[in-house]
Write a protein that binds this ligand. Structure first.
Ligand code: ATP
Length: 292
């Protein structure tokens, strides 16, 4: 179990990149979601013991890893956002290199990991010729060398094609059956079918941490569907949060986030996870505007 207690990270006097985050995370896939600059990378770096909190505690199975970072490092696999492979090494050489750095001496483990990430047929090819997805998969393979209990992956699918994305998601969700996998992303669809929990960050704060179903459940009754004439669309758009607009011969069918029916003829719609998170974001923004 990973536990964060009142974790704060400030840069200089004005930037509070992570602002009083407390959460308990058991095994499973946790999707860390938030806009650019929300604090996801800063939070992950502190958990990965690459940077230290300004204040607060991070505990792995009750051991304070800020004071004893080696307790985390021995059990950690980390794939940072800007992870690069060495282009002149083959996949196998790359794994052997990292295995030596991590003190892993079992050649069979390297073979198994290359099979797990589906790169065994490319083991002897230089990484220079690899696609973005193959490089990310090689990154995951090196992160798994020490059989980590905590796997942290920052923006895993950036630059991947749809098929690679699917394969990568499948791989992470399998690992999440037994381990804690933290995945940061802007793309909700990337994690919607694999995350057991979503942690939502906004301006350094953890504004919610819950199961995907709970987010959808809370958004029920706040997403509406209605078809309007094209000339009414602009007026409506200025008044309510339009989640989706689909043009067709009969007009424009809208999905709208609103606490009450936005028009008399609007009917309640089943929210998607993405819509549920957007609905929550709008509600949060309104609360913040009201408080300002
Ligand atoms: N080394 C640093 N020095 C100063 N400010 C920083 C530093 N690293 C991050 N920040 C600031 O801290 C805030 C959080 O940044 P962070 O990179 O953690 O967000 P993020 O959610 O990961 O964003 P992205 O999705 O764009 O990667 C931002 O305002 C960022 O500008």
């Amino acid at each position: 179990m990973l536990e964060l207690r009142h974790v704060v990270k400030t840069y200089g006097k004005n930037v509070r990149a992570v602002d009083d985050v407390s959460v308990q995370l058991p095994a499973g896939v946790v999707g860390l979601v938030g806009h650019n600059g929300a604090g996801k990378t800063t939070l992950m770096q502190m958990i990965a013991t690459i940077s230290k909190p300004t204040s607060g505690q991070i505990l792995l199975d009750d051991v304070d890893i800020v004071r004893q970072p080696e307790a985390m490092r021995a059990r950690l696999g980390f794939l940072p956002q800007d992870f690069g492979v060495y282009p002149n090494l083959s996949a196998l050489e790359f794994m052997q290199y990292f295995a030596a750095l991590k003190g892993v001496r079992d050649p069979a483990r390297i073979r198994r990991l290359l099979e797990l990430v589906n790169l065994h047929d490319h083991a002897h090819k230089q990484a220079a010729g690899f696609s973005g997805g193959m490089r990310r998969r090689l990154g995951i393979a090196q992160a798994l060398l020490n059989d980590p209990d905590v796997l942290i992956v920052d923006e895993p699918t950036a630059g991947l094609d749809p098929e690679e994305r699917l394969r990568f998601r499948h791989l992470l969700s399998e690992i999440g059956f037994r381990k804690l996998v933290m995945v940061s992303t802007h793309i909700v669809s990337d994690i919607e079918n694999m995350a057991s929990r979503l942690a939502i960050m906004n301006n350094g704060r953890l504004v919610a941490c819950d199961t995907p179903d709970s987010f959808v459940q809370r958004a029920r009754g706040q997403v509406w569907s209605v078809t309007v004439a094209p000339q009414d669309y602009e007026t409506l758009r200025a008044q309510v949060q339009v989640l989706q607009a689909q043009h067709h011969a009969q007009g424009i069918t809208l999905r709208i986030a609103h606490p009450t029916p936005p028009l008399a003829e609007a009917v309640p719609a089943e929210p998607t996870l993405e819509e549920a998170l957007m609905t929550q974001r709008y509600a949060l923004r309104e609360r913040m505007d009201a408080a300002a």
